[in-house]
Design a protein around this ligand. Sequence first.
Ligand code: DQQ
Length: 465
Amino acid sequence: MSSDHRQRALQDPHRPLYHFLPPCMWMNDPNGLIHWRGQYHMFYQYNPDRVGFGAMRWGHAVSDDLAHWQHLPVALSPTLGGPDKDGVYSGSAVDDHGRPTLIYTGISPECQCIATSDDDLVTWQKYAGNPVIPAPPAGLAVTGFRDPYVWREDNGWSMVLGSGIRGQGGAVLLYHSSDLTEWTYRGPLMAGDQESEETWECPSLFPLGDRHVLLYSVFPFTYAWVGQYAQGSFTPEQRVYADWGGEFYAAQPFQDASGRRLLFGWVFDRRSDAAREQAGWAGLMSLPRVLTMRDGQLGVSAAPELASLHEEAYEVGAFDIGEFTLLPEVCWHDTQELQAEIDLGAAQTVSLIIRRSPDGEEYTELRYDRASGQLQWLPECSSLDPDVERIPREAPLTLEPDEPLRLQVFLDRSVVEVFANGQVSLTGRIYPTRRDSQRVAFASEGAGARLNSLQAWRMQSAGVF
Ligand code: DQQ
C-alpha cells in the first residue's frame, strides 16, 4: 500500500464516505462474515499491492452496529510454499464449538483450506493438514473449484463449493464433514443447463422463512434461487437477482444473533483501469441488507442500523409531482439518504431524479413504469466523462392498487443503493463530473402522482475513510 495511492484516494471526489472500504488499493468479495460475541466481523478479498486483482489476502474489519467500522490487521496472507502460496481466495466463517474457523480456497491448483483463531479473530493459525479438500472429485471435469460456504447440519457440517462441469454448465457441489477437516463429496447440489459453462462463484445455501435460498454469482450478477432443501437435495422454484443493479457481486449472507439473515456484496467499479489507478482505490462493500421471505418471494431492505449514520435531517412537504419539479437547492449532498413515499394516482410513470446539475446536463433517473411494473435505473446522463460505463437496469416491482411507491435511496458519492417497498434492491455507480450535480427532482407522465413525503439525511462517515 503506497502513501501516493492513499493520498490520491483521500482526494478522489468519487470515493464513498459511509460505505466500508480499505484505505486504498483494491478489494473485492466479502468473506467470512460472522457475528461474534456481539460484534460484526467482515473479511474481504484485498490486494494491497496494486489497484487491481493479484495475490489475494483477507482484509478484516469489525463493527458494533453494522454501520461504523474499524480496520483490523490483515487476517490471512499467502504462505510461501503452502497450498495458498498464490492467493487466499474467498470463503466463509463458522463457530466450531467456540473456536472461530475460516474455510477458504488456495489456488494453483484450487483446493480448500481452514484456519482457526484463539484470540477473538485477530490472528489466525492455518491448519497444518491443509488442504482439507486437495482436489475436485475424481472423474468430475470441473471448470472451477472454489469459494467454500459452510454451515452446521446433521450433527456436522455441510459445504457448498462454486464449480462448473464441462459440457454441462455452472454447478454447486455439496460436501459433508463431521469435524471440518475430513470432507465427503455428496454430489452436485445444483448444476446449470448449458446456459454457460462458467463457474458459479461464491455459492451459499440458507433457510429463509419457509424456503431455502441458493445464491451464486456469475459475473457481473449474483443470482438467488428460491426453493426447498431437504436431506442434501435442493428443489428450485424461482430464480431472481439478489440485487437488480449491474455492480453488485459475490454476495455473502450470514445470520446474526437476532436470527436475521444479512447480506453484503462487493460493489465494483465502472471506470477505466487508468482512472482507478489514478484514483488510488477500487471496490467497496455494499451496505448491509436484511433478507426476507414472503409468499415464496425473496425480499430485501436496508439494515435499520444505518439510521445511526444520520446527521442533519431535512423534510419536504407533500406536493403534486406534475411533469417536472426541481426541488430548491437547499439541502442536497452527495452523501445522503433519501426516503420518498409517492402515490402514483393515474400516472403511467413517476421518476426520482438525483445528482442533477441545475441545467440538467448531468442527472441520474430512477423511474417506476406502471405498465411494465419495473423500477428502472437510467444512468445514461449520470456523467459527462465518456470513459464511464453507463448501463440501464430494471427491477420487477409489483404494487398493490393503493400501495404507494416507497423508495429508500442511499447516495454516497459514486455509489447509489436503492431499496423499494421491501421487495427489491438496485445498486449502481455514477461518476458526475460537475460539482453542482447535487439537485433532486421529480417527474411524472400522466396525471395524479403525488409526493406524500420526502425525508433526507446527510450521512456521517463509517469511520474508515
Ligand atoms: N473472487 C475470488 C474467487 C471468487 C471470485 C477471488 C469472485 O474466490 O470465485 O478474489 O469474485
